[in-house]
Design a binder for this molecule. Structure first.
Ligand code: NAD
Ligand code: MG
Length: 390
């Protein structure tokens, strides 16, 4: 029986993980589930799965969580420190599915314990890739990628010699606005940006898909996790979203990973790894799909991809700056302070301002350094936005 915990259990990836776990209760013992404001969902899942402990990120919600768990014997806790303690509880496998930079410290704590980390939280690798990989090397912990493109690359590399890889291609649906005329993008509403043509995901990653910041994060994630050179990482728009990634080898062969757009495949692959087990995903009917299209992304439409190349080359703290600026720009777009197309220019301005700042130079990548750069980048993004408003 595998002892598992799910960080970010109430979100889109968390709920898909729970769906898989609930289908095979005899195979799993649930240790900890964590969530944010939705303590009802968190408590209900903890009760249904017989978890040991429930943790909400918000201190003020502890009384509600306690009330919802009363009489069950399930422990309740709240706050950032409690999240990290939950991540450290002895387990065999932990899903990292908190959204944003908040997922870094708990995921790192899992690796420090030597526990296998199923990593959906791409921001961890973007902000602190070398720190994560070095910690995993030191403790012997394994990181299993859950982002669909990275799971696809991981699967295509099974049994291969990595030195024979010449390139990887990660695909992008093109998001909600791929067919919009460029001059209409500035008028895109939050609701329009929050609906994805192919994937059903949390709101933030869905908007990041429309702006292609999600793909930008994934390029950096691929660079950090697989250690490919920036010029080996390509992106193609693939509107059908059934080819998730391709790995190209020195002999000209390309191994493509093909499957329906259902995150339960990548989650289930990580959950059962190294075995493969049947999963509740639809059988792909390629004849019904009919056509597979691939296009080169237009960098005018998707400037985030250009910024990702800069970050991949700079490395160091630039990933933490990029991600934090992006998170803050997204907050401001959702709050109605800036328009959709402003997000990229806010991020670019913050990157330009901070990447060469004294604080960023020679800064070794520790959790404290990442947190400091993250904080500075958020403050700078706020300043850039308020300067534009006045
Ligand atoms: P979501 O918004 O649906 O869920 C996020 C989870 O994190 C929730 O449980 C929420 O309560 C929790 N959370 C939010 N802020 C928190 C904080 N400050 N501290 C602690 N917990 C917090 O997000 P999602 O779509 O499930 O994505 C989760 C992660 O997986 C993201 O990093 C995303 O990029 C990545 N990912 C998601 C998908 C997808 O299909 N949804 C695919 C690939 C990768
Ligand atoms: Mg992805």
């Amino acid at each position: 029986m595998k002892r598992i915990s799910i960080l970010g259990a109430t979100g889109s990836i968390g709920q898909s993980t729970i769906d898989l776990v609930a289908r095979a209760p005899e195979d799993f013992k649930v240790v900890a589930l964590t969530g944010g404001r939705n303590v009802k969902r968190l408590a209900a899942d903890c009760i249904a799965l017989g978890a040991e402990v429930a943790v909400t990120a918000h201190d003020d919600l502890l009384p509600d969580l306690r009330a919802a768990l009363e009489g069950t014997g399930i422990e309740a806790a709240a706050g950032v420190q409690a999240l990290i303690e939950a991540a450290r509880r002895p387990a065999d496998w932990v899903m990292s599915a908190i959204v944003g930079a908040a997922g870094l410290a708990p995921g790192l704590a899992v690796l420090e314990e030597g526990t296998t980390l199923a990593l959906a939280n791409k921001e961890s690798l973007v902000t602190a890739g070398p720190l994560l990989l070095e910690t995993a090397r030191r403790t012997g912990a394994r990181i299993l990628p859950v982002d669909s493109e990275h799971s696809a690359i991981f699967q295509a590399l099974v049994g291969e010699d990595k030195t024979a890889v010449s390139r990887v291609i990660i695909t992008a649906s093109g998001g909600a606005f791929r067919d919009w005329p460029l001059d209409r993008l500035a008028k895109a509403t939050v609701a329009e940006a929050s609906s994805h043509p192919n994937w059903d995901m949390g709101q933030r990653i869905t908007i990041d898909s429309a702006s292609m910041f999600n793909k930008a994060l994934e390029m950096i994630e691929a660079r950090e996790f697989f250690d490919f050179a920036p010029d080996q990482i390509e992106v193609l728009i693939h509107p059908q979203s059934v080819v998730h990634a391709l790995v190209g080898f020195c002999d000209g062969g390309l191994m493509a990973h093909v499957g329906p757009p259902d995150m339960r495949h990548a989650i289930g692959y990580a959950l059962n790894w190294p075995a493969r087990r049947a999963l509740p995903v639809a059988t792909l009917d390629l004849a019904a799909v009919g056509r597979l299209e691939f296009h080169t992304p237009d960098l005018m439409r998707y400037p985030a991809l250009r910024l990702a190349r800069e970050v991949m080359t700079r490395r160091g703290v630039s990933g933490a700056i990029f991600n934090a600026a992006k998170e803050r720009a997204l907050d401001h777009f959702i709050a109605g302070h800036i328009v959709f197309t402003d997000m990229q220019s806010v991020v670019e301005e913050v990157l330009d301002a901070l990447c060469d700042a004294p604080e960023a130079r020679n800064a070794g990548l520790t959790l404290d350094v990442v947190a400091r750069m993250d904080h500075l980048a958020r403050m700078r993004a706020d300043q850039v936005v308020s300067a534009r408003k006045t």
